[in-house]
Ligand binder design. Structure first.
Ligand code: GLN
Length: 249
């Protein structure tokens, strides 16, 4: 199939008005541009509180949010859990960042003791600690047999502990990660990925963006070898983030 004949990748952006701190919306711009540069298109459905969730998207995205926004979202997400779990079981990609990541787990216990049910797509649980875990992060990530460095920024009170049903996204070279104790960051199960990395995550990590896009294209029925792009600027930004994290001179 030529690029011109390839149908658009369909992305469902969940709660863009409530879960969008640290410019997490920028991740969607990256998906859009990286497809566009290859002659492919992204179609975005923005889905908010009370809206029905489309069942046929290739990618579902949940950004980060403050506890009070997360509480509103958690109640609404419970009504969307079944179609989202079904889409993930059918091979759609689900990406959750920070607050969105926490809600992909079983539950999040906030700093005020409020309990938010998650949708259990990732086998993990989060409890807010007394301090916030803040700063630059450098990870070593292995996906599909390839290992690469991923950089980002974290700012969360939640301490996340993984059960046996998922594995960490990466091992920490710098930063606090899931809980500040076990050296791990994020969680992955199938094509569901959760991470604390903001900043946003994808502009400085083009390899990760393309890995997720490859999965989404495969789900869309248009598996494609993604042509390499001129990523000099992205790699320079990645290098600056590593330097800032003290991982590079
Ligand atoms: N409210 C959550 C926490 O502090 C998530 C914060 C975020 O998304 N940055 O752990």
């Amino acid at each position: 199939m030529s690029a011109a004949d390839t149908p658009p990748v369909r992305l469902c952006h969940l709660y863009p008005d409530h879960l969008n701190i640290y410019a997490d919306r920028g991740n969607i711009a990256v998906f859009d541009r990286r497809l566009g540069w290859r002659g492919l298109a992204l179609e975005v459905a923005e889905v908010g509180l009370g809206d029905p969730i489309p069942a046929d998207c290739d990618l579902y995205y949940l950004g980060g949010g403050q506890d009070r926004d997360q509480m509103l979202v958690a109640e609404d997400l419970a009504h969307k859990a079944d179609p989202l779990r079904q889409a993930a079981a059918d091979g759609a990609v689900v990406l959750g960042v920070c607050g969105g990541y926490q809600l992909l787990g079983h539950r999040y216990v906030a700093a005020d003791g409020g309990i938010m049910a998650g949708i259990g797509l990732l086998d993990l649980e989060t409890t807010a600690g007394r301090s916030r875990l803040i700063g630059d992060v450098v990870l070593e990530v292995t996906l599909q047999g390839r290992t690469a460095t991923v950089v980002g920024y974290e700012n969360h009170a939640g301490r996340t502990h993984l059960g046996g049903g998922c594995t960490p996204v990466g091992r920490l070279r710098r930063g606090h990660g899931n809980n500040g104790a076990d050296g791990c960051e994020g969680a992955v199960a199938g094509r569901t990925v959760g991470t604390y990395l903001h900043g946003p995550l994808l502009p400085k990590n083009p390899w990760l963006a393309d890995t997720l896009l490859g999965w989404a294209l495969d789900h869309a029925g248009s598996p494609a070898e993604l042509a390499p792009l001129d990523d000099d600027l992205e790699h320079a930004a990645h290098a600056v983030a590593q330097t800032r994290a003290g991982q590079r001179r």
